[in-house]
Design a protein around this ligand. Structure first.
Ligand code: GDP
Length: 432
């Protein structure tokens, strides 16, 4: 989906605007400074157009950190989103921080909407004239609180929003898009440098692909790959506060552009909550997944035993992801990354014909019928694969299937068809 990002100083009303655009009444956040919101991207819809809305304001810095944090927001938005909504408080006017962000935004090659928020009343509209001075074009007066002007704004955004996501546009023939993810210091930039340096050929001008200075095209294993948001990997942010938040924001935005994620884990360190969280974000995004265990050169026998146990405990739910044990430093087994990526993407693209899928369901339900619940036994009437990327199945049933039974179906699907490296989704439509 195309991505719209909301940027602005604290307290200009970014979350209020997010709620308004999503058509929700409740506020996403409490107004506690320093609170990090985990969730930054939301699915939105306007006039039958769907998009992802990214709220970059999840980290509310203290007064000292404001400039750095707003700049970090703007950076992510410019690099990874299709349209930027820059929100200012019309009652305050443009501050020095706002002006610094405008400098960044003007350099960007992305459409920017200047939004003058808190214009609750038509009589306040003259307040926004001063914002023309920012040089971002016409300010859009809105009241996120009351909804004033938001519909008009969305109409205008839809005119410039790309109709198809970057992924869909390059579905055929273009290089496949890979996000390298992982917590700080896990070896992302080392891996990237090794891949770009040794395997050579950084292709910048491939026919039929959009050129994006934020990404790099690298030939690996005889095939060109597009690594998304390499700018974010190369550029090291030195933020006093909120660094984790902006790292997570980049991860989510990069996933939006990618088809497959390589999540790097550092085998010299225990698997952390942050690692698990990053994998969770990949699963939420529905992208294909490869796990790369990096710094293998640092592993001794003791640590190795712990590692295997940690993997069993913490990563059992992604046991279906291809695993490669690498060292970005020595280059060990880097060549195994390519077949792993190919396997994961093949699974992600897999379509099972309806006839075959129903034969699978018939056999499964004959062998293991759904347990009887309250005198009733829900039956599966018919199933079909509704989508690929990732494979998504719909079951038409006569009642709700137990979560346990649905998991059983998923397990069976993997036993029979593999789907190595891809999440699979099983949905239900109940016919009463
Ligand atoms: P990033 O923050 O994920 O981009 O991590 P970097 O690529 O900057 O790596 C962080 C540190 O780990 C650097 O000092 C690297 O030299 C080191 N490093 C990365 N990969 C390996 C590896 O495979 N083995 C060893 N021993 N060190 C590594």
């Amino acid at each position: 989906l195309p991505v719209i990002a909301i940027v602005g100083r604290p307290n200009v009303g970014k979350s209020q605007l997010v709620n308004r655009i999503l058509g929700r009444r409740e506020a996403v956040v409490q107004d506690t400074p320093g609170v990090t919101r985990d969730r930054v991207s939301y699915k939105g819809e306007w006039l039958d157009r769907r998009f992802t809305l990214v709220d970059t304001g999840g980290w509310e810095p203290d007064a000292k950190g404001i400039d750095a944090s707003v700049a970090a927001q703007a950076e992510v938005a410019i690099d990874l989103c299709d349209v930027v909504l820059f929100v200012v408080d019309a009652m305050v006017g443009a501050t020095a921080t706002d002006e610094a962000v405008v400098k960044l935004l003007r350099k960007a090659d992305k459409p920017v909407f200047l939004i003058a928020n808190k214009v609750d009343d038509v009589r306040q509209e003259p307040e926004v004239y001063g914002l023309w001075n920012l040089g971002l074009g016409e300010p859009y007066p809105v009241s996120a609180l009351h909804g004033r002007g938001v519909a008009d704004l969305l109409d205008e955004i839809m005119k410039v929003l790309p109709t198809v996501s970057a992924v869909a546009k390059e579905e055929f023939g273009g290089p496949r898009k890979v996000a390298i993810l992982g917590r700080p210091n896990v070896g992302k930039s080392s891996l990237l440098n090794k891949a770009a340096g040794e395997e050579r050929v950084v292709v910048n001008d491939l026919a039929g692909t959009t050129r994006d200075p934020v990404d790099e095209q690298i030939e690996l294993g005889g095939r060109v790959w597009r690594f998304v948001d390499t700018a974010g990997i190369r550029r090291r942010v030195h933020l006093q506060q909120g660094a984790d938040f902006y790292a997570s924001l980049r991860t989510q935005a990069a996933l939006e552009k990618a088809e497959v994620a390589v999540v790097l884990l550092d085998v010299s360190q225990p698997i952390s909550e942050q690692d698990v969280r990053i994998i969770e974000l990949v699963l939420e995004s529905g992208r294909a997944l490869v796990l790369a265990y990096n710094k293998w050169d640092l592993l001794d026998d003791d640590r190795r035993r712990y590692l295997e146990r940690e993997i069993e405990l913490d990563l059992a739910h992604v046991a279906w992801a291809p695993r490669v044990n690498i060292s970005a430093r020595t280059g060990r087994h880097l060549e195994k990354l390519v077949p792993a990526l190919e396997t994961a993407l093949d699974s992600w693209d897999t379509r099972i014909p309806t006839g075959k899928f129903n034969a699978f369901l018939t056999e499964l339900t004959q062998e293991h019928p759904h347990p009887v619940r309250g005198g009733k036994q829900p039956r599966i009437l018919f199933g079909t694969q509704a989508a690929t990327r990732p494979p998504t199945f719909v079951l038409f049933t006569t009642g709700f299937l137990d979560p346990g039974y649905r998991r059983f179906i998923q397990r069976r699907l993997r036993e029979i068809y593999g789907f190595e490296g891809s999440p699979i989704v099983v949905n239900m439509r109940v016919r009463e």
